[in-house]
Design a binder for this molecule. Structure first.
Ligand code: SF4
Length: 554
């Protein structure tokens, strides 16, 4: 048969980049980098940038930093350049990265399981005060982020963090990120199982391990044995959630493929039960599947959720068992629906050892270095040496004897860290936003804090649990899609037709076993100025029209 003549290249219709030409999966032999990020990761492991920071950049200053390190590999050590002050949201999409870059960094301190000693908290507070202009934000992944960091100070900051067992290793980048853990692990009276040993073993095996330092994209892990389902497991790449197996006893139900951002997906159950001492094996196997089969062509399709969605969980489990674990997993039950609506552990609660833990709510996770030091001092003065951060931007002080609880609560209230917050203080979260984030279009932290104060005044008796989450851009760092009221920052037109800061509204999202995404209310955008009025209207209407027991999400 005669060969079909090839069409001239110009006449060949352009095919969409995608699965037909291979997705850059290593397991299928596609090792050639398909985009600049993959090339950069192939050129040098992000973990190696530490030596250059210590020996060159911190000594020669900001201008000596290689571009690929500055906007890529430094993330492997928790460093992002922050947004140059004064650049409006409208410029975010049109300026080159170097025009948005400030000469200062955000530094993310990873706090696996949200577990801190008061000594560690004090060190973070001191670093904040000395090197970060006092800034500190508790994130919804239990980390603490500092800003205004100079490259010259980074080695000393690492030295101080590491002297108390903390680090910034793989706090950002295409790596296994901080491991979320129940803030009440090991202490809660109602705990199904304490996941702490699994978190420690996962950390020991994968964090800083070059075998897992070049993943297709970030990889998020959560482990909780609390019946409150307190680690947002539905939106992690892999999650281990405490369940009681009818034959084997307490262990973990495995979820894979959750994630938000522009293509949000709720994680799916593998239907497998894993005992505590096998969690790290299964975790390592899931990370390995992601590393080897994950899509590396397009960063927008690189998260594990896309692979899980294409394969389905049955195939995912099969590959996991056949190629990585080389054994069958035990089938297991799903977690039960939690009884409590809040998952943040705010308030005063008895521990299983008879002492108490006290959870309190800063506004939208914003604290500062001096405050962190005072929290550490206050906790110690009340006999506690341990604190925890939560996945809701809150904090807990552990191990307080009953006779010291009231005094601790009073001390926290004096610091404006209320243990009995309003629904609005408790339920409002905000991402970093335009103050520091280069992707942001609008302000979030200050706006969120103002909104809390405003709603407390307007609706003083409103006590229905409601979550209000503010994002500064279409990404999902503050989980807008799973909030009762999700606010996605964008520029909108005001009544005079002028472009101003505002938000696209999503209503009715939820986490928990009824997890689902909020509906984007078509055309419903509010300006920042109108925001309190709008939310007040929505909540008053909900109060007036809801049926007995009806939740906002329903
Ligand atoms: Fe930045 Fe957008 Fe994430 Fe907010 S949601 S921190 S603005 S990337």
């Amino acid at each position: 048969m005669a060969a079909t003549p090839r069409k001239p290249a110009a006449a060949t219709p352009r095919r969409k980049a995608g699965r037909h030409r291979g997705e850059g999966q290593w397991a299928k032999g596609h090792f050639t980098p398909l985009n600049a990020n993959e090339q950069s990761k192939k050129d040098d492991d992000g973990l190696n940038v530490r030596t250059r920071i210590e020996t060159i950049y911190s000594k020669a200053g900001f201008d000596s930093i290689d571009g690929a390190d500055l906007r890529g590999r430094m993330r492997w050590w928790g460093l992002y350049t922050q947004r140059k002050p004064g650049i409006e949201g409208g410029k975010t999409a049109i300026l080159e990265p170097e025009e948005l870059d400030d000469r200062y960094f955000m530094l993310r301190v990873r706090i696996d399981g949200g577990r801190l000693t008061t000594g560690q908290l004090r060190i973070i507070g001191e670093i904040s005060a000395e090197f970060a202009r006092g800034t500190a934000d508790i994130t919804d992944r239990q980390n603490i982020q500092l800003h205004w960091i100079r490259i010259e100070d980074v080695p000393e900051i690492w030295r101080r963090l590491e002297s108390v067992g903390l680090s910034t290793t793989e706090a950002c980048g295409d790596v296994p990120r901080v491991i979320l853990g129940s803030p009440v692990a090991g202490i809660a009276e109602d705990e199904i199982i304490d996941g702490t040993p699994a978190i420690e073993e996962i950390h020991r095996r994968v964090i800083g391990n070059p075998a897992y330092s070049n993943l297709p994209r970030k990889f998020k892990t959560a482990v909780s044995g609390s019946p409150l389902l307190d680690v947002a497991h539905e939106i992690n790449d892999v999650a281990f959630i405490g369940v009681e197996h009818p034959e084997h006893g307490p262990g973990f139900d495995v979820w894979v493929g959750g994630g938000l951002s522009t293509n949000p997906m709720i994680g799916q159950r593998l239907g497998a039960w894993v005992p505590l001492d096998e969690v790290a094996d299964v975790h390592e196997a899931v990370v390995s599947v992601f590393r080897d089969y994950g899509y590396r062509r397009l960063r927008t399709r690189a998260r594990l959720k896309f692979l899980v969605a294409d394969w389905g969980v049955e195939q995912f489990r099969q590959v996991l068992e056949d190629e990585y674990l080389r054994r069958r997993l035990v089938d297991g039950p799903a977690p039960e629906q939690p009884v409590a609506r809040w998952r943040d552990h705010v308030g005063v609660h008895r521990q299983k050892d008879g002492r108490f833990y006290v959870g309190f709510a800063p506004r939208v996770g914003r604290v500062d270095g001096t405050l962190l030091t005072k929290i550490a001092e206050l906790a110690e003065a009340h006999g506690s040496g341990r604190v925890r951060t939560t996945a809701e931007q809150k904090m807990l002080v552990l191990d307080v004897t009953e006779d010291r609880v009231d005094s601790l609560v009073e001390g926290l209230e004096v610091l404006d860290l209320t243990v009995r917050p309003s629904t609005f203080r408790r339920g409002t979260m905000a991402c970093t936003g335009i103050e520091f984030c280069k992707l942001a279009i609008v302000e979030t932290k200050a706006r969120g804090a103002q909104l809390v104060d405003e709603l407390e005044q307007r609706l003083p008796d409103f006590d229905e649990p409601i979550t209000i989450n503010l994002n500064g851009c279409p990404n999902a760092c503050a989980r807008i899609q799973v909030a009762d009221i999700g606010l996605k920052g964008q520029l909108v037109l005001d009544e005079n037709g002028e472009q101003v800061e505002g938000y696209q509204v999503h209503l009715g999202g939820a986490l928990g076993l009824e997890a689902g995404f909020g509906r984007k209310v078509r055309g419903l955008k509010v300006t920042s100025r109108e925001l309190p009025d709008y939310i007040e209207r929505v909540l008053r209407r909900f109060q007036a029209e809801r049926n007995e027991g009806e939740r906002f999400a329903t």
